[in-house]
Design a protein around this ligand. Structure first.
Ligand code: LMG
Ligand code: NDP
Ligand code: PMR
Length: 401
């Protein structure tokens, strides 16, 4: 628990505020930090953010802490062009401690235009991963987030807000895949773990952070939810059994536990691989419902994507060793769907920051030359009625309705 909110937020953060709507306002943040909202460089100190569970002195010597983050402006106040220079884009990425999330954090860091908030359940792992990947300290901050606990999601939002940083892009990337599990396991609130983490945890996070996105003065605000081909039954990959199918959502209505009904969304027998694929359908439906409800009003871009088959990531850590050995060559040489972590990270980074990918409500994919295109979702993954139903049931389960 010591690391529950072990987020010592940037001790010094320099931010350019270029907001039009509130340019004349002064906001007083937590800890009495005054954030001047003008076009000049705003330098201020953050206090160490403490939670009930966390005290700095309790950390053992040598514990790696969240980094001092300095979003260094490229041009100083003296230069008139500074006003035209965008401040760094603040991007929250869930599950940035490995695989796609980490590769995306690295790719974004390399643009020099982003500061990544790595929202991770394992603080030390995230720190080490960032270091090993060579992400400069000033380009990232680690904040604790365990999506398998709604309490932790709320704590994350609170900690992030107290950092005083704006939110420009949210990337819902983290996931678990439990293909060999014989019995279901559950989140803190008692939801089957795959759907509980991949969908419900992200659903609450995204709903809460929508307000923060709305407040951001960044010109291209985005909310991205990672989807997958295996949730789409209009593809060959989506037809490998067990297939995704949410049915009439009766298991979700029952709370995804076997006390009331079933741990599976459709009310069926537990199947870990199906639960994962179902959760990806939920991710893609949620993106579309966000788009429908909020795109016009807020201008936020909502998008999903299939980054390619990144056959060597930690996602397959629970699969049998034979699968883990054969899956990468199978994808490389037979299906040709294979993509490296680095390439996949560049793809997701495009969806985060490429000026040509601002269209909302889109499920992006890439062709063999690695150029992006708007892909077609399966019938179920684009069913507007199901998206609405999913939204309403999910709100109840996470305590928003
Ligand atoms: C399930 O089995 C398990 O039941 C489940 O518990 C879980 O572990 C899950 O995803 C994980 O896997 C799935 C899999 C396991 O079963 C199969 O793949 C059965 C093969 C059925 C083939 C279906 C092909 C799809 C047909 C679609 C047709 C409709 C298309 C319509 C739409 C078209 C639109 C364009 O089974 C296996 O793992 C064994 C598979 C052995 C098959 C070998 C195939 C040749 C490839 C050889 C390469 C070497 C290694 C590959 C290993 C990686 C993948 C298995
Ligand atoms: P990884 O396992 O490498 O990354 C998943 C990340 O999610 C890890 O950082 C993991 O943390 C984190 N995570 C898991 N559970 C939680 C939790 N309860 N709270 C917070 N973080 C959590 O897999 P990938 O990089 O492959 O997966 C990333 C995304 O890409 C997923 O959404 C997946 O569905 C999607 N995807 C992957 C494909 C592939 O071929 N690999 C294909 C299509 C989509 P930790 O490091 O602590 O374990
Ligand atoms: Mg699949 C034809 C292309 C193709 C692609 C792009 C994928 C992606 N897969 C394809 C085909 C096949 N796969 C075929 C023909 C088979 C039967 C041999 C097959 C099997 C298979 C298994 C057992 N594939 C898998 C598994 C998994 O356990 C993975 C999974 O379903 O995770 C949920 C998986 C995947 N195949 C993919 C991708 C991207 C995955 C994994 C990750 C994901 O969707 O997020």
């Amino acid at each position: 628990m010591a690391l529950q909110a072990a987020s010592i937020i940037p001790s010094t953060v320099s931010i350019y505020k270029e907001g039009k709507s509130n340019a004349s306002l002064k906001e007083t943040g937590f800890f009495g930090v005054s954030v001047p909202n003008n076009h000049l460089k705003a330098e201020f100190n953050y206090s160490i953010i403490r939670s009930k569970e966390f005290r700095r002195r309790e950390l053992p010597i040598g514990t790696i802490r969240a980094q001092t983050a300095t979003t260094t402006p490229a041009i100083t106040e003296a230069a008139p062009e500074a006003k035209k220079t965008l401040r760094k884009c603040i991007v929250v990425i869930t599950g940035a401690s490995s695989g796609l999330g980490l590769a995306t954090a690295k790719a974004l860091s390399e643009t020099g235009q982003c500061h990544v908030i790595m929202a991770c359940r394992n603080f030390l792992k995230a720190e080490k991963a960032a270091k090993t990947a060579g992400i400069p300290k000033e380009n990232y901050t680690v904040i604790h987030l365990d999506l398998a606990s709604l309490e932790s999601v709320r704590q994350f939002v609170d900690t992030f807000r107290r950092s005083g940083m704006p939110l420009d892009v949210l990337v819902c990337n983290a996931a678990v895949y439990l293909p060999t599990a014989k019995e279901p396991t559950y989140t803190a609130e008692g939801f089957e773990l795959s759907v509980g983490t991949n969908h419900l945890g992200h659903f609450l996070l995204a709903r809460l952070l929508l307000d923060d996105l709305k407040k951001s003065d960044y010109p291209s605000k985005r909310l991205i939810i990672v989807g997958s081909i295996t949730g789409n039954t209009n593809t060959l990959a989506g037809n490998v059994p067990p297939k995704a199918n949410l049915g009439d959502l009766r298991g979700l209505v029952g709370g995804l536990n076997d006390l009331n009904s079933s741990p599976m969304i459709d009310g069926g027998e537990f199947d870990g691989a199906k639960a994962y694929k179902d959760s990806k359908v939920c991710n893609m439906l949620t993106m579309q419902e966000f788009h429908k409800r909020y795109h016009e009003e807020t201008g936020i871009t909502f998008a999903s994507l299939y980054p390619g088959c990144i056959a060597e990531t930690g996602l397959f850590r629970n699969h049998i060793p034979l699968f883990r050995t054969l899956f990468p060559p199978f994808q490389k040489y037979i299906t040709k769907g294979y993509v490296s972590e680095e390439e996949a990270g560049k793809r997701l980074a495009q969806v985060v920051s490429d000026p040509s990918l601002t269209k909302s409500g889109v499920y992006w994919s890439w062709n063999k030359n690695s150029s992006s295109f708007e892909n077609q979702l399966s019938k179920e993954a684009s069913d507007a009625e199901k998206a609405l139903k999913l939204w309403e049931i999910s709100e109840k389960l996470v305590g928003l309705a």
